[in-house]
Design a protein around this ligand. Sequence first.
Ligand code: FHN
Length: 431
Amino acid sequence: MIKKFTLIVLLLYGFSANAQSAYTPTADNLAARENFQDMKFGLFIHWGIYSILGDGEWVMHNEKIPYDSYKRLADFFNPQAFDAKEWVAFAKRAGMKYITITARHHDGFSMFGTKFSSYNIVDATPYHRDPLMELAQECQKQGIELHFYYSLLDWGRPDYAFGSPIVNGKPTQGDWDNYIKFMKDQLTELITKYPAVKGIWFDGYWERTDVNWHLDEIYGLIHKLNPSILIGNNHHEAVKDGEDFQMFEKDLPGNNSTGFSAKSKIGALPLETCETINYSWGFNINDRNYKSTKQIINYLVNAAGRNANFLLNIGPMPNGKIQPEFADTLAIVGNWMQKNGETIYGTRGNFIAAQPWGVVTYKNKTLYAHVLNMPKQPYLFLPEVKGKITKVTLFADGSNVKFKQQPEGVFIYTDSLKPDAVDTIIQLTIN
Ligand code: FHN
């Protein structure tokens, strides 16, 4: 009897302890999530001392450059042409509403002034300026959100001890507790010192899936410092307690063409997918696999139709300039967004599942059917439309489009439509 009683008490305690530790977002955080979903399009920036070598952000690891030799790059990182105002204006011109930039990547170099490591842009380079502070101030001035990418993985710090076997949740070499403390200290700086910071984008978890990352403490600290900060973690797994959005790498949610998303089931949080403008994240002088404007717009529309934001990456050059190929492409994308942004910003997706011809976004009482591949037959079919459709028009010029609503869905007749080479948008008003 006593045993049974003890078991019940333990179970109840267990439930309440779990219930207490489960994360409950604040009202401000929930509002930030809504705003995040409204923004739809962001600029991802991978920029660090690796950009000097023009071979991507993994160059130290891929080329087996010893840490002490790699560190010398800091001596000649001097991005004199960096202009925060220009970068923010560049993102805005492209129709982007937020910027996510690498504060610290896997090479461990801090691209911001930090008290907790001298291996940072202010102390270790001839530049001696803090570009992330300049960017944060400029983002605030120009009304655009800033998120910081922060790597959990570190190839060089002795306390991380890259390559060390993991036993009982810790690397056998190094000083894991110190490393966790170091990250908390840096994250505190990033959240408390930099204005306009609205999100932290973690990466590198996948390098040690059997270690104790102390995510509960790290996430708890961030939300204590600022409850409305949105936390996302590119762990390639299902969302974890304490996270505010879920991200997918190089794949639309639900797809797994790159192999990153095998374990990442779509959850209930806001979604984001990131993709590169060419093939590389960090500046790569040899990468000319530039995506076309049509490919980028298609990706953005496909993401919005699946209820996800699109975070498009560029790797600026070591002098702080953005290469002209990226600027040219994004200027065209920006023009497209100026004309068609109404069908993307502030909308939600997945109201109707993606169709072979494209996707549907919606806002209030309006549906936008984005026809990315005109069907061979002279009509489109939208299944499961609830409510009565009162009007169907071509978004480009407001002209009426023939349609027929049946219990099983809506038929839209495309024979008299002038198709657009990128995206034919059909607007449906619902009652
Ligand atoms: O290893 C990183 C890579 O360098 C880049 O930062 C991307 C961005 O999603 N994430 C990691 C790979 O999953």
